[in-house]
Design a protein around this ligand. Structure first.
Ligand code: CP
Ligand code: NVA
Length: 301
């Protein structure tokens, strides 16, 4: 049987993605009721982190423990990956010992190469191009707060980064309209835009993007690996801060999301984080439940 990987939202059909969101909510409810559900007893998730993480590491680790399995944290600093062992060889070895492998890395090609040589499912825990696990949590959160996102309008404000690219893929898979407002020179990869066709509109004006929107989402202005550009970006992105006043232009049912970590006073104003329209803490929690649904989908027959 072919091994299923989760490198992008496009690795699942829209029906499978809808199933994952529903299952994430069910697993959340079971967990809150204190029900013990351990279908992954003795199963092991290897987790390679070439970049920092709080949510992704803790949600996968806690999720595997709750499902009866274990997760192993691996960093290039303490493994042979950091001393030049190839991705291909590492994939062949780790996938003989682990039941699935999650990778957070820089070049998206690293995740793809690992998956090509792995005999077990590989999960993209964030690459320079995409962050699909975050979108599972975001879509589950929208569903729980507002129902189906189909035909709704979503505004992405700020950098055309990995999160923005995954929102473009979400627009395709979950069938919503996406308006992106970013400064010139910071557009998302045109390959993703082309794939989305008229589901996605690229704008420069955040107010125009947010007008009538049902979900507004943003992310840091300088992603991991772009630390040298952070000072320049502060100036370039200043008109793109998401504030309560900007959200007032949206639909009255609008909710605000941020994948976190947040830089208050930069991409998001401090007061918006705790505004009643902000669902960022539910969104962060849903990383746990959505990814439990994902590993169950990939590992339980
Ligand atoms: N949102 C997210 O992926 O957070 P971490 O970088 O803390 O994992
Ligand atoms: N765009 C951010 C997301 C962090 C979760 C980054 O890549 O650093």
């Amino acid at each position: 049987m072919t091994v299923r990987h989760f490198l992008s939202l496009m690795d699942c059909s829209p029906a499978e993605l809808a199933g994952l969101l529903k299952r994430g909510t069910e697993l959340k409810s079971l967990h809150r009721q204190g029900v013990i559900y351990e279908p992954l007893k003795n199963r092991v998730l290897g987790m390679i982190f070439e970049k920092a993480s709080t949510r992704t590491r803790v949600s996968f680790e806690a999720g595997m423990i709750q499902l009866g399995g274990q997760a192993i944290f691996l960093s290039p600093r303490d493994t042979q990956l950091g001393r030049g062992e190839t991705v291909e060889d590492s994939a062949r070895v780790l996938s003989r010992m682990c039941d699935a492998v999650m990778i957070r890395t820089f070049a998206h090609s690293t995740v793809e190469t690992f998956a090509a040589w792995s005999q077990v499912p590989v999960i993209n825990g964030l690459s320079d191009d995409l962050h699909p696990c975050q979108l599972l949590a975001d879509m589950q959160t929208f569903l729980e707060h507002r129902g189906s996102i189909k035909d709704k309008t979503v505004a992405w404000i700020g950098d055309g980064n990995n999160m923005c690219n995954s929102y473009i893929q979400a627009a395709i898979q979950f069938d919503f309209q996406l308006r992106i407002a970013c400064p010139e020179g910071y557009d998302p990869d045109p390959a993703f835009l082309d794939q989305a066709g008229d589901r996605v509109t690229l704008l420069r004006d955040p107010a125009a993007a947010v007008a009538g929107a049902h979900l507004v989402s943003t992310d840091v202005w300088a992603s991991m690996g772009q630390e040298d550009e952070a000072q320049d970006r502060l100036q370039r992105f200043a008109p793109y801060q998401v504030t309560p006043a900007l959200l007032d232009l949206a639909d009255e049912s609008v909710i605000f999301m941020h994948c976190l970590p947040a830089h208050r006073g930069e991409e998001v104003s401090a007061e918006l984080m705790d505004d009643p329209r902000s669902v960022v803490w539910d969104q962060a929690e849903n990383r746990l439940h959505a990814q439990k649904a994902l590993v169950e989908f990939l590992l339980v027959d």
